[in-house]
Design a protein. Structure first.
Length: 342
């Protein structure tokens, strides 16, 4: 694996970072600016990023896992309040069936958000949740067991529920909701399809966590350089320097393991790609929690107020950590696969 960006990847990283910085929220109050939010969502859509894993006409995705993760990283770094990973994951799943994706749709997850929701009858039997959907789309995909795999179906979703993350929606699919088949499916989803799809989900949520760490550290380092106590910046205190150095190291370690996970999606066998995603998610979830808590600590009292944007990053990290399974879930699954334990 070559960890260097290609020329195209470097350009994508610059473009995504610039767009997210220009249109993402600079303050907590910006989250209430509907005009800015609509401009950001339109810019992400018009850039074609929501369709990065759609069919290229030959059954392959338009872009690889690395490119999709680059955008996730950039949006996470700006705490950008626009749907991205949800529609990308839905497009990837639709491509695997040969169906044209429903623009802006997402994949409904189980109540724990760790797996795609499976419907065994004509209606859902348990609550499900659609994560990171667009504001103007009210449908989500679910999986329906078939003789040789799974088929896609659609369900309507309700309004957004209150949650930790202030930048992405979580919308409910109540139990008892009727399902409709997705038109145009040419084949069923195999176990390997779902394993590769899960590997992509783990790679995207890990990349988002890396971006969150980078963004909250940028905010915190700038604050430490400006905030003065005893006549000097608090960033000159060794204790603060050690905290930030440790956080910086965690962020870069997370970047390395998340990059491998995004590369593995399209370059390793499904089981190996899933394992790489699990390793990345376990590391990134734990690191992000530590880095965000460090950011709050360095900000001191202001870090515990609503006006300080640090809590927005922390809240985003909480959802990304839970989506596709938190660090504990990943470690349990790795133990089962590597040691064969029950």
């Amino acid at each position: 694996m070559d960890t260097r960006d290609t020329a195209e990847q470097a350009q994508l990283r610059r473009a995504a970072g610039q767009l997210a910085r220009d249109l993402g929220p600079a303050t907590v109050a910006d989250l209430d600016d509907a005009t800015r939010t609509k401009r950001l969502a339109a810019a992400v859509r018009d850039a074609g990023w929501l369709g990065l894993r759609d069919d290229d006409g030959a059954g392959r995705p338009l872009a690889g896992g690395v490119e999709a993760a680059i955008v996730a990283d950039a949006l996470g770094a700006a705490a950008a309040d626009a749907a991205y990973a949800g529609p990308v994951l839905a497009g990837d799943l639709a491509r695997r069936t040969g169906a044209a994706p429903t623009e802006g749709a997402v994949v409904a997850c189980t109540e724990t958000l760790a797996d795609a929701a499976v419907v065994h009858d004509r209606a859902t039997a348990a609550p499900a949740y659609a994560v990171d959907g667009t504001a103007d789309v009210d449908v989500a995909y679910v999986l329906v067991p078939a003789r040789d795999g799974y088929r896609l179906a659609q369900v309507p979703v309700e309004g957004a529920r209150d949650g930790a993350d202030l930048t992405r929606t979580v919308r409910a699919v109540p139990d008892g909701t009727a399902v409709d088949g997705v038109v145009g499916q040419q084949r069923t989803l195999t176990t390997n399809d779902l394993v590769q799809w899960s590997a992509l989900g783990l790679a995207l949520t890990s990349a988002d966590l890396v971006g969150v760490m980078r963004g909250v550290l940028d905010v915190t380092v700038a604050y430490a350089a400006e905030r003065r106590q005893y006549g000097v910046p608090i960033g000159s205190f060794q204790a603060v320097q050690h905290l930030l150095a440790d956080a910086y190291t965690l962020m870069h370690g997370s970047h390395s393991v998340a990059l491998h996970a995004s590369w593995a999606v399209d370059n390793l066998e499904p089981a190996a790609a899933l394992e790489a995603g699990r390793v990345a998610k376990a590391y990134c979830a734990r690191a992000a929690r530590t880095v965000c808590e460090t950011a709050v600590q360095v900000h001191g009292g202001i870090g515990n107020t609503w006006e300080c944007i640090v809590h927005v990053y922390l809240r985003r990290a909480l959802l990304s950590s839970q989506w596709f399974g938190d660090d504990g879930e990943q470690l349990q699954q790795l133990e089962r696969s590597r040691l064969g334990s029950a």
